[in-house]
Structure formats: C-alpha cells, structure tokens
Write a protein that binds this ligand. Structure first.
Ligand code: 1HN
Length: 353
C-alpha cells in the first residue's frame, strides 16, 4: 500500500507531494480531522435485544459444535458504526456465550482480560487457573489477563451469559498473546466455593493476614456474588432514601477497580424514577439484569428488558428510566482513561427523578 498522494496546483508543490508519498511521508497541513474539539466517536448508540440474543444463541447451540472457532460458542455484538469490527464500542468486546448441557469449552489463556456477567440460569463453572468459580444469575466472574480459563456445564440444561473483554484496547496496543491450555481433561470433582472467595470473599473489611500473595494488577477476588451485590444496593437505597443506587465492584483489599482495563458497576433504579443524564470519556457496555423501562443513549431511546445489551459510546449522554425496578450492570474502560489522565465526565442533567 502506498501513502496517500496529495495534489497541488503549484507544480513545484505537486512534485513535493509526489516525493512525500514516495517517501512514506504525509504533510500535516493537508490532513483533516486529526484534532477535533470533542471526541470524534465512531461507535453509535445501539441495543441488542436479550430475546434475540437468547434465540440466536440457542440456534447456534443446535448448529455449531463448541470446538469450532476458538473453542467458544460466542455471538459478538458488532456496533453498526464500527465498519464490521466485532466490537460493541471501539474499546470493548461484548458478546453472549452459549454452552449446552454436558459441554466443555477447553482451557486457554490470552492477554485480553475477560469478565462474565450472568443474566439467568446456573450450573456452569469456570476454572480460572484451576480455581472453580460457579456461575449463577447476577454473579460477576473475572478471568483476568493471562489466566487459564475453561467453562464446564455438568448440567443437562444449556446456559448463556455475557462476556466483556478489553480485546480492542489490547489489540490496539499490539499486545495480544494467546495460548491453548493443557489438553488433558480437567479434574471435575469441583469444590463448592473457589479458593479466591474463601480467602478474599469473607466480607467487608476482612482481609487475611497470611493469605496468598496479592496479584499485581487485579483483584484477588474472582467472583462477586449476587446476594452480596443485592444487599449492597438495598443498603445504599436505605442509606440515601433515594431512588438510585450505584455500586462499583472493587479489589476487596486494595480498593481499586477489579482489573486494570475494565471498571464494573451496577445500578438500581426504583420503579417510576429516572437517573440524571451524564457522559464520560471511554466506552461502556451495559446489560439489564432485572426490570423494564427505557434507556436514553445519545439521541436514541430504547425500551429495555432483562438480557438486553447496550452500547454507550464515549462522550455520549445516557440515562435510565425504570418502569419496574431496574438493575443495570455495566463495564467501562474508565481505568485506562484515568491511568492516562484522559478521563472526563460531565453532567448533562444531574438530577435523579
Ligand atoms: C474468550 O476466550 C472467551 O474464554 C469468550 O469464554 C469470548 C472473545 C474473544 C476472544 C476470546 C472465553 C472471547 C474470548
């Protein structure tokens, strides 16, 4: 591929432009749109219907063996603004994964980090570096960068969940590595509770003195259980007497985000009320765990119900309006922007109503 050839009326300048192109050089004064007053965001607001994701995932479960295509039966949300890239927003992968009863998605590891959020069902467990994490509705499960992970469904029923990965960021940094896991069958005599939870999931403010060494770049706790999340949301609404609670999932020992590239949050909006409208730099994907209502994202208004996945591109104002009480989980790349000094937020309409 050759470098863009610019043209000029002035014959001497035209010659220079040909020489620049031949030398793989570009004149800045001819380049448009490099610096914009506000982010020139390519991703657009979008909603993938939970009902449709479930139906098409189930169909893929009938037609596609799990060992095809990277050993995962995954439908990636492809933002219509991103020219066919399989990314929900420019910096986040979001998808649903479908695992039939008695299936195993074999072990592998990669530098992009992943998280799973479960909307419905239970039965599957994920082994993260050999530690068994059971998955059930409302749970957040982490598979941090470069940890081996494999999914087992010992039940007869299929299970579906949402995956979010930082793959676009890691790919943009040319830092993707991937490796297959050991091929021998994993030990399927599985403990009821992960070692990660036994050490670090005891309760608020309770950290082991002689626990395993803390991992450098992520939470030592790999599963955040719905019962705990639900209790925290309920307690916050009681504490404020308000109609909107927001919780951030954090490293239980050091207090930061659960992983260096992805922030995880959940909010509850009481029936009949609506959140303020705000925007942030960085992309976000959200999914509805419970409830129904409407979400406004930029100029779009979407009716929402459980299982829907929403793309909230960078710097796009958004808000939630609940008909029945809504619990909304979301992941953003805010830790990346914060680390680089690029995180901005602005309230468009601050008031919860
Ligand atoms: C992956 O490893 C999983 O392990 C899911 O469940 C989705 C999307 C892109 C690249 C790797 C998984 C993925 C993925």
């Amino acid at each position: 591929m050759t470098t863009t050839l610019f043209h000029a009326e002035d014959p001497e300048l035209d010659v220079l432009y040909r020489q620049l192109s031949a030398g793989d050089l570009q004149p800045l004064w001819e380049l448009k749109g490099l610096l914009t007053p506000e982010p020139a965001v390519r991703g657009v607001p979008h909603r993938w219907s939970g009902k449709e994701l479930r139906e098409l995932g189930t169909r893929a479960g009938d037609l596609v063996p799990v060992d095809r295509g990277g050993d995962r039966r995954v439908l990636a949300c492809a933002n219509p603004g991103l020219g066919g890239a399989p990314y929900a927003v420019s910096t986040l992968w979001a998808a649903i994964q479908f695992l039939n009863g008695r299936e195993v998605a074999p072990a592998h590891r990669h530098t992009p980090a992943a998280l799973r959020f479960v909307i419905e069902g239970s039965g599957v467990f994920t082994l993260v570096d050999g530690d068994p994490l059971h998955m059930a509705a409302g749970d957040l499960i982490l598979t941090p960068s470069w940890t081996f992970h494999e999914h087992h469904n010992p039940a007869d029923e299929p299970m579906i969940w949402m995956d979010v990965l930082d793959l676009p960021v890691v790919a943009a940094l040319d830092a993707v590595f991937f490796e297959e896991g050991p091929s021998e069958a994993a030990d399927t005599s599985v403990a009821a509770r992960s070692a990660s939870e036994r050490w670090y999931g005891a309760g608020p403010g309770l950290a082991p003195v002689d626990g395993p060494a803390l991992p450098a770049h992520r939470s030592p706790l790999l599963a955040y259980r719905w019962a705990d999340t639900d209790r925290a949301l309920t307690a916050q609404l009681v504490a404020t007497g308000g109609a909107h609670a927001r919780i951030r999932y954090t490293d239980p020992v050091r207090g930061g985000d659960v992983m260096p590239t992805m922030r995880c949050e959940i909010e509850r909006v009481r029936a009949g009320s609506r959140t303020g409208t705000a925007r942030q730099t960085g992309g976000r994907v959200a999914t509805v765990l419970h409830g129904t209502g409407r979400m406004r994202v930029g100029g779009e208004t979407y009716p929402v119900e459980p299982g829907d996945i929403l793309a909230i591109p960078s710097w796009t104002p958004w808000s939630v309006e609940a008909e029945q009480e809504v619990d909304l989980f979301s992941t953003s790349d805010a830790p990346v922007l914060e680390a680089l000094g690029l995180f901005r937020t602005s309230e468009v309409d601050g008031a919860d109503r």
